[in-house]
Design a protein around this ligand. Structure first.
Ligand code: PDD
Length: 286
């Protein structure tokens, strides 16, 4: 089936949608994005994603191309037109098309480019990997130092993902100064003695929308949460490990650099948080 995608206010068949070769997103990775998950045709954590989009745009001084109401309408129309029950909506905003290549930003008033598309993933919440868990390897974190901005500069995370696959693993955790920053496209956690440990918010990591929700639910369920950095050795000696993201929700990690974490099987804290997150998020989805 040909998808309907959104480009600069128009809904078009994917094979008729185009962006200029001079677009700053294409030439300079000068753009930001969001990924909102869809369950039962509804959007999860939509307001959180809109807040982070605004923050990313402001950090890069890219004009806001649409109101939150327009974003919501566009998300809903794409979900409906593409018949998405479970899946994702991807949106990207770039600094637009200045008509040529130049390191300097284009003049104020140059329209940002907006692209949106859906990815249908039937059974997204029943991913069998939740029962087996992920195996991760560690790689150095050599990304730039504004990882809190959700830019489309994803080459290094892609390289890290490929290295993970080459080493027989599912994903990579990035490490800086001995401490885990985050996964290639997710936030990283360990559980020790019942406490959930995850790196504190700073420019070193993306401020995950799923992270915010999961930590809120954990605290509401009287679980202990420690927002602090942890080392690779501490992670290998943990009782459990897991990751969170809009597309994976809460996903257990069962091995780090081939060392089994805990029993080597998904642990009860990750399992419980996944249940709570899915239940609460479905409840508040719009
Ligand atoms: N990735 N850290 C990084 C580096 C990420 O790319 C992501 C999300 C997260 C988790 O953020 P959230 O919970 O808001 O999804 C953390 C998305 C899913 C992606 O690139 O596809």
């Amino acid at each position: 089936m040909t998808r309907t995608v959104f480009v600069n206010g128009q809904y078009l068949p994917e094979d008729q949608a185009t962006v200029s070769v001079f677009d700053r997103g294409f030439l300079m990775a000068d753009g930001v994005y969001e990924v909102v998950s869809v369950l039962d045709g509804k959007l999860l954590d939509f307001d959180g994603h809109m807040r982070r989009l605004a923050r990313s745009l402001d950090a890069l001084e890219i004009a806001h191309p649409m109101s939150d109401a327009d974003w919501l309408a566009a998300h809903r129309r794409l979900v409906a037109e593409n018949g998405v029950t479970d899946g994702l909506v991807y949106l990207q905003v770039t600094r637009g098309n200045p008509g040529d290549r130049d390191f300097a930003y284009p003049p104020a008033g140059t329209a940002p480019t907006v692209v949106m598309f859906t990815q249908s993933k039937p059974g997204l919440a029943d991913n069998p990997q939740a029962a087996t868990g992920l195996r991760v390897v560690t790689v150095p974190d050599i990304r730039w130092h504004r990882r809190d901005i959700k830019t489309v500069q994803l080459l290094y995370p892609s390289m890290a993902k490929m290295e993970a696959k080459a080493r027989g693993a599912d994903d990579a955790w990035m490490v800086e100064d001995g401490f885990v920053t985050e996964g290639t496209s997710n936030n990283a956690y360990i559980v020790k003695g019942g406490a959930i440990v995850t790196r504190a918010l700073s420019n070193d990591i993306l401020h995950g929308i799923t992270r915010a929700a999961v930590l809120r639910f954990a605290r509401e369920a009287q679980m202990t949460v420690e927002e602090r950095s942890f080392t690779v050795d501490e992670a290998k000696a943990a009782d459990e490990a897991f990751i969170t993201s809009a597309s994976a929700f809460v996903m257990p990690v069962v091995a780090i650099d081939e060392a089994a974490v805990g029993t080597g099987a998904p642990g009860p804290v990750a399992r419980r948080l996944r249940e709570i997150y899915l239940e609460e998020s479905r409840h508040t989805a719009i």
